[in-house]
Design a protein around this ligand. Structure first.
Ligand code: ADP
Ligand code: ASP
Ligand code: MG
Length: 406
């Protein structure tokens, strides 16, 4: 029997009624003859609530203790879902990340999966059980519980799909696929039927929450097809791109084709005139991840997402103590990106975006490009307007821009 992996996000398991709906959907997949592994996130806002509790205790929570705390969220939903499936007459068993054989490095709160040893899952599937796995967590070689960074249940699902040689990995959420922008922010955003791994990875890394960037990276490495779908919707039919998004290896689009706009509101920009080596060493010691590193003319800038930065207070103290006035964190900015393969083949797309933002009265604090992305750093309060305007410019009105368009 073919194994399939289904992942249900926090909003899909937010209360008992929703858990029952998920149990019914899982049972339908089982009745179709699949071996089913289900990965669940913590219920609703549980992870945020647990983080808030930690913050009430200390502004600088210890990362190991945070992992002990945060991993509890998914443990609750795995047990409840397993009970709900049993209530419907199914045979189910729940496992933590550690019991599922998810081995990670020891970078607490932002760990990476190194290896998956899914023996217990395989034994239970062979016994005919539906296996429910707590997402977002694993265990290090030192036998410490770890978590995989925010949105990490997607990564659990894809890693298990790869280890179990699954037919596909279904990521079920409150939205029926990957859209050309966050539909909550851009009302004219459209669902995209098929995306390449590279396009999806870039959308995710630029802030599109619907799929986790590391999960897409895994899927690409192992050639796993991801079906992003609505929990409320049907099981995948013959054409899963017709009512969801399929992410797989796909032929390149015309270079310069814009697939989407993604944004991230909560970032900090580290701007330093201190030697780059000192800056990076400090970030490394404190396990602070950054992106868009830029070193030029004696200045180092790097963008840090607040999402996985749980000890900002400690970082500020360390920066001041070690680098003094030669490094500071710029707050108040967000990032908005336009994504598509070959997007910066010429300057046309950057100029078109600049002009659109200028029309809103915005002067970006910074711009960065890669072959898949153009990112503008602008005031956090203007991010939503900027996303709507860029979507309008690149997707709604003109359709995709060709690279040689003025
Ligand atoms: P889950 O709890 O199911 O993992 P998330 O909140 O992590 O769900 O991701 C789903 C949300 O991602 C949607 O509700 C939507 O607002 C947001 N989102 C952001 N960008 C996109 C996009 N490009 N396409 C679809 N949804 C997006
Ligand atoms: N519960 C975790 C989070 O909120 C993991 C996830 O939902 O994927 O980030
Ligand atoms: Mg998510």
């Amino acid at each position: 029997m073919a194994v399939i992996v289904q992942k249900y996000g926090g909003s899909s398991v937010a209360d008992v009624q929703k858990l029952r709906h998920v149990a019914g959907r899982v049972m339908r997949a089982r009745q179709l003859g699949h071996d089913v592994v289900v990965v669940v996130s913590a219920m609703g806002d549980t992870t945020d609530d647990l983080l808030e509790l930690a913050r009430q205790v200390t502004p600088s929570p210890d990362r190991r203790e945070l992992d002990m705390l945060l991993s509890a969220g998914e443990r609750i939903s795995m047990a409840l879902l397993s009970m709900a499936i049993r209530e419907l007459g199914g045979q189910a068993i729940s496992f933590t990340g550690s019991q599922s054989g998810i081995i990670t490095n020891d970078r607490h709160t932002d760990a990476r999966i190194i290896e998956v040893r899914p023996y217990r899952i395989q034994d239970e599937l062979a016994r005919g059980s539906i296996v429910v796995v707590a997402g977002y967590q694993g265990v290090s070689y030192r036998k410490e519980v770890t978590t995989l960074g925010r949105g990490g249940s997607d990564t659990t699902a894809v890693a298990l799909a790869a280890a179990l040689d699954a037919e596909y990995c279904e990521i079920c959420s409150d939205v029926d696929g990957v859209y050309s922008a966050d539909p909550r922010v851009v009302p004219t955003a459209r669902r995209i039927g098929t995306l390449s791994y590279e396009e999806t990875q870039e959308m995710a890394a630029s802030g599109a929450k619907v799929l986790n960037a590391q999960a897409v990276e895994f899927a690409k490495e192992k050639g796993i097809a991801i079906y992003a779908r609505a929990t409320q919707g049907a099981l995948p039919g013959a054409d899963p791109a017709s009512d969801g998004t399929v992410v797989r290896r796909s032929p390149p689009r015309l270079p310069g084709t814009v697939v989407g706009v993604a944004s991230e509101r909560d970032i900090l920009v580290l701007d330093a005139s201190a030697p780059a080596g000192h800056v990076l060493a400090l970030l490394e010691e404190r396990a602070v991840s950054g992106k868009q590193l830029h070193i030029f003319g004696g200045r180092t800038t790097i963008v840090v997402s607040r999402e996985n930065l749980h000890d900002e207070a400690g970082l500020r103290v360390a920066l001041q103590a070690r680098l003094g006035d030669t490094a500071h964190l710029v707050d108040g900015l967000g990032a908005v990106s336009v994504v598509g393969a070959g997007i910066n083949a010429t300057y046309a797309n950057v100029r078109a975006g600049d002009a659109a933002l200028a029309g809103l009265g915005l002067t970006p604090a910074g711009t960065a490009t890669s072959s898949f992305r153009i990112t503008w750093l602008i005031g956090r309060e203007q991010i939503a307007d900027a996303a709507r305007t860029l979507h309008q410019r690149f997707i709604d009105s003109t359709g995709p821009l060709l690279p040689d368009e003025p």
